[in-house]
Design a protein around this ligand. Structure first.
Ligand code: M6R
Length: 612
């Protein structure tokens, strides 16, 4: 979704801002713009289309300002156009603003401002912000800086909705003000310069010291200082978080695309996520959690809530938690859950999975569960992300920055982390059996098996070349393999734009088999020994009807039945999704490449879905 960048320092701001926007491109956008403070006042350069188009705008090379704000817009209010692109100024051209999120009461504010003589030039909700600040600024007394801060605070008090806002003022060329509510924003501290970004990777090459704002906190950035305030402008203290990721982890590092790089980073991501939590002969350890046996014994259920791929990781979590810990576990899509009047109370543990930690629906679902008295546990890949700041407990996948819109290493890291969590719960409950012992051993062997699975890349690539022009594909599986079918089908849709459906293999006969006709591609996953024969007979039914079949399996099956069999290493069924998804990730990747599509930034999608 929208991205924001800001810079205040001693260097020319415009190239830094544009560079920052390029690094945020993966979030998804349709227009871009920057605003700097120049000798003669505020300058704004913006247009619809790609960030690099900004380099072609007249006058962009003449900008000299050392303070500026920048934005990539993903249209919500008003079509993608130059007028609707950010930054937006107030009528007197005193303030320039960029904004992520949605101002829900913008109509009301717009009417109020129209009644007070203001004019609007765009259809955006954002344009009310600079004008509202100006409205209050005129009424303030004192230094320009004090007037600016007070007016900004008053304007923010009038806003409903979600927002991350950056604002500069032509009368105050030495400060920039920012705030946020339910929308991501990080502050990077440098030497005589400070940065703003929607996320950490965009400014990792400049600093590893980050400040995070809680909802409605305000930061005033100057070149060598950052002051923090609560929503009533009481000064507050904050400590910087030192981020362990390095700049290289946010670069392609020789790979053609981020997605391919991230697929190949999975052995490391899994090793890092396991970290010191697990060893074969001692109990699984989550020192950051404070969960007791009594608490677990008294639970009525566990809810796992997430969106998209993270929800698919939740399905793998349900399988392992229910089987190892015998605690009833439900998985729900956050956008559904929050309006479902879910049966959650103080005896429910609610787990929220989000790579970015900024997904609006997942955060809203978490807040709802908190209100209902449940304990909340966040699983995220981003330290200090909104979801981790809202939750009672947080645990982290250590996948490193995931830049490609299609999630790969975050998914497999989420599956391993929730499996470790299930073992941790089981051991607190004094459940110790050969199954858990075996699972621990299998987890520790997993990174090597991922490396082996990645070697199948060429085989997958060849099959992709045969089928990349297809219009529809089916993904089938039973049990845990059906959750992988779901994820494989989502990956394919996202980046290849091929229509894909996933089904429990046994459900085929109840409707979808009507769609099977000569030449259609059916992909099936078979890793569960107990279910493999059943799935094979379902696949036989589609073969009879002329389907082309790809099978991903770790079982000894009669391979010559199928057009292509991808044999992955055998592992524990609880963690088999981590291996069986890899050929499917590669399959989607190579199909997308074959079709000449933008793998990392598929159309209409955003990496971080920060609006409902
Ligand atoms: O950041 P999150 O994990 O909360 O994101 C959830 C989904 O938006 C995300 O997994 C989405 O489905 C991906 N594009 C899948 O590849």
């Amino acid at each position: 979704m929208c991205g924001i960048v800001g810079y205040i320092g001693t260097k020319k701001a415009s190239p830094i801002l544009i560079n920052g926007l390029i690094r945020l491109e993966y979030r998804g956008y349709d227009s871009a713009g920057i605003s700097t403070i120049e000798q003669n006042g505020l300058s704004i350069m913006k247009d619809k289309g790609r960030v690099k188009n900004l380099y072609n705008l007249d006058g962009i090379d003449n900008l000299k300002g050392t303070i500026g704000i920048a934005h990539t817009r993903w249209a919500t209010h008003g079509k993608p156009s130059k007028e609707n692109s950010h930054p937006h100024m107030d009528n007197s051209k005193t303030f320039s603003v960029v904004h992520n999120g949605i101002i829900e009461n913008y109509n009301e504010l717009r009417n109020f401002l129209l009644d007070n003589g203001y004019t609007f030039y765009s259809q955006t909700d954002t344009e009310v912000i600079p004008n509202l600040v100006h409205y209050y600024y005129k009424k303030e007394t004192g230094s320009n800086q004090a007037k600016f801060l007070n007016a900004f605070k008053k304007a923010c008090n009038d806003l409903n909705g979600s927002f991350a806002i950056e604002i500069i003022c032509k009368d105050c060329p030495d400060i920039m003000i920012v705030t946020r509510k339910d929308s991501p924003l990080v502050i990077g501290k440098g030497e005589n310069e400070n940065y703003i970004s929607s996320d950490i990777p965009a400014i990792l090459s400049f600093t590893r010291n980050f400040y995070l704002l809680n909802d409605l906190e305000i930061a005033v950035l100057s070149r060598d200082n950052i002051d923090f305030y609560d929503k009533d402008l009481n000064a507050i203290q904050k400590n910087a978080e030192i981020i362990g990721w390095n700049a290289l982890s946010a670069e392609k590092d020789g790979y053609e695309d981020f997605m391919l790089k991230e697929i190949y980073e999975q052995p490391t991501a899994i090793r890092e996520t396991i970290g010191a939590k697990l060893s074969e002969n001692s109990k699984c350890e989550f020192s950051e959690l404070n969960i007791t046996r009594d608490y677990l014994l008294n639970l009525n259920k566990i809810y796992i809530v997430a969106c998209g791929t993270a929800m698919h990781a939740g399905l793998a979590g349900k399988n392992v938690i229910e089987k190892l810990c015998k605690i009833p576990t439900e998985v729900d899509i956050a956008s559904e859950f929050r309006y479902r009047e879910p049966l959650v109370d103080e005896k429910t543990l609610c787990i929220f999975i989000s790579q970015s930690g900024e997904t609006a629906d997942t955060i809203a679902a978490l807040k709802l569960c908190k209100k209902k008295g449940a304990k909340t546990l966040a699983i995220s890949n981003v330290i200090g992300s909104s979801i981790t700041r809202e939750a009672d407990f947080s645990i982290y996948t250590h996948a490193g920055p995931e830049i490609a819109v299609a999630s790969t290493k975050a998914y497999t890291s989420q599956v391993i982390l929730i499996t470790l969590l299930a073992i941790y719960f089981a051991e607190i409950l004094d459940i110790s059996n050969s199954e858990i012992k075996k699972l621990k051993k299998d987890i520790l062997e997993l990174p090597k098996k991922i490396e082996e699975t990645l070697k199948l890349s060429e085989v997958v690539k060849n099959f992709s070349k045969e089928v990349y022009q297809e219009k529809d594909m089916f993904f089938l599986g039973r049990g845990i393999d059906e959750t992988v079918a779901k994820e494989g089908s989502l990956k394919l849709k996202e980046i290849s734009y091929i229509h894909a459906e996933s089904y429990p293999a046994g459900e085929l006969k109840h409707g979808p088999i009507a769609l099977i006709e000569n030449g259609i591609t059916v992909i099936s996953i078979m890793t569960d020994k107990k279910l493999v024969e059943k799935t094979v007979s379902n696949i036989q039914e589609v073969i009879t009807r002329g389907a082309k079949t790809l099978v991903v399996t770790n079982q000894n099956i009669k391979e010559d039945m199928f057009d292509m069999t991808i044999k992955i290493p055998e592992t524990n069924t609880f963690i088999s999704p981590i291996l069986s998804i890899i050929p499917l990730q590669l399959f989607s990747y190579y199909i997308s490449k074959e079709k000449g599509l933008d793998v990392d930034k598929p159309r209409n999608l955003a990496k971080s879905v920060t609006v409902e």
